[in-house]
Ligand binder design. Structure first.
Ligand SMILES: [Mg+2]
Length: 382
């Protein structure tokens, strides 16, 4: 049977700041999804959170972009927002950019990751959900999972994986995507996805039979709204085993806590720390950016599981490294490269400060420079 997995997420308000969702908002969202299951719109669901983001994990047979399924998610977030408002939760309804549903939840604030496939006899999947970062945060681990044989042994020894994978890469600024093949075009892939704020690995397909292996949420909230309204904390779904990465290969890709954008006010770089569900709460400097992973099997369109994948001492050293990097980055305070580059600070007060100080900049007579003269540093290689 063909099954669709839809993970739709939003921050509709959280407890004590941008910290953690409130159980009452999750409970009311759960009621909406229960009703949708009774009505036969969805086959199964599981609700969880990472930090201030509520994550609706749903299975159904209606395909991707289905308006009924999206409406269910929208209604769940709307009802949860009402509770968030009653409780005075912080930033209640922040990710819902419209008052009414218009057929597709994309572009309305929530993040959406959906994938339809023929259910295998055993269909293991992992869902990775992050808080205080952006979709490009998954570029590095997805590359490691599907293109790096030092991470994924299956690329060398599994005949189904040995042919490689196609990477669909989205340019979020132009709204265009390009598909590049691994391993032949590895260097081109890296040339793009090394800029994770702009180029995002949206999907990966197995080359032998074009089976879809992953999908990532790509809705950049700050671009959707035309102004900065929140962080677009991402979700990644990965199909596992038998021609796809083994669970352990998918997890291995997160053993290095790489630096990602989106920490504190969406304006800082910090290490992505894989944690258990229990520790999926933003604390220090509203972070550090957190990642959880849940493992499921899908059977006859129903969700079996989950297993809390990072609730394991095998990731203690990754977390320890992340804590050391956290300390190191925090010492930079408001300086780059802890703070994001100016182009990423468009919706903060930074441009306003530049505007206000404009008239106070005077020509420095003793310094050669300005628009006409070329900077020596541009041509110097040292
Ligand atoms: Mg968040």
């Amino acid at each position: 049977m063909k099954v669709t997995i839809s993970v739709i997420k939003a921050d509709i308000g959280s407890l004590a700041g941008h910290h953690v969702t409130h159980p009452d908002t999750m409970a009311v969202a759960s009621k909406v999804l229960s009703q949708a299951k009774k009505d036969g719109i969805i086959g199964d669901f599981y609700i969880t959170n990472v930090g201030d983001d509520m994550e609706l994990i749903m299975t159904h047979t209606r395909g991707v972009y289905d308006s009924k399924v999206h409406e269910v998610a929208w209604n769940a977030f709307k009802e949860a927002t009402k509770v968030a408002q009653e409780l005075g939760l912080y930033a209640a309804g922040q990710d819902l950019l419209s008052d009414s549903f218009s057929g597709n939840i994309r572009g309305m604030g929530p993040g959406v990751a959906e994938m339809e496939f023929e259910e295998r006899k055993s269909e293991p999947i992992a869902i990775f959900m992050a808080d205080k970062t952006e979709p490009g945060a998954f570029n590095l681990p997805v590359y490691k999972m599907f293109a790096d044989p030092f991470n994924t042994a299956g690329l060398v020894i599994d005949p189904l994986m040995h042919v490689g994978f196609n990477f669909e890469i989205l340019d979020v600024y132009e709204g265009e995507s390009v598909t590049l093949s691994s391993p032949e075009e590895l260097y081109d892939i890296l040339a793009l996805i090394g800029t994770p704020s702009r180029y995002i690995v949206r999907k990966v397909f197995r080359r032998g039979d074009d089976e879809q292996a992953t999908v990532v949420t790509v809705d950049r909230l700050n671009l959707i709204a035309g102004k900065y309204v929140g962080k677009d904390d991402p979700v990644l779904i990965v199909r596992l085993q038998h021609g796809f990465p083994a669970l352990g290969e998918a997890l291995e890709a997160f053993s290095f806590p790489h630096l990602v954008a989106g920490w504190m006010r969406g304006s800082h770089y910090g290490p992505l720390m894989p944690v258990s569900q229990r520790d999926a709460r933003a604390t220090r400097f509203d972070g550090p950016p957190r990642l959880i992973g849940l493992g499921f099997n899908i059977k006859d369109g129903k969700l079996v599981g989950p297993s809390d994948l990072f609730d394991d001492p095998a990731f203690d050293e990754t977390r320890r490294t992340a804590n050391i990097v956290t300390e190191y980055m925090r010492r930079h305070g408001p300086f780059m490269p802890h703070r994001l580059e100016p182009s990423e600070m468009e919706y903060t007060t930074l441009p306003k400060i530049m505007e206000r100080l404009k008239g106070r900049f005077k020509k420095a007579e003793d310094v050669k420079g300005g628009k006409e003269s070329k900077h020596v540093n541009e041509t110097s290689s040292d």
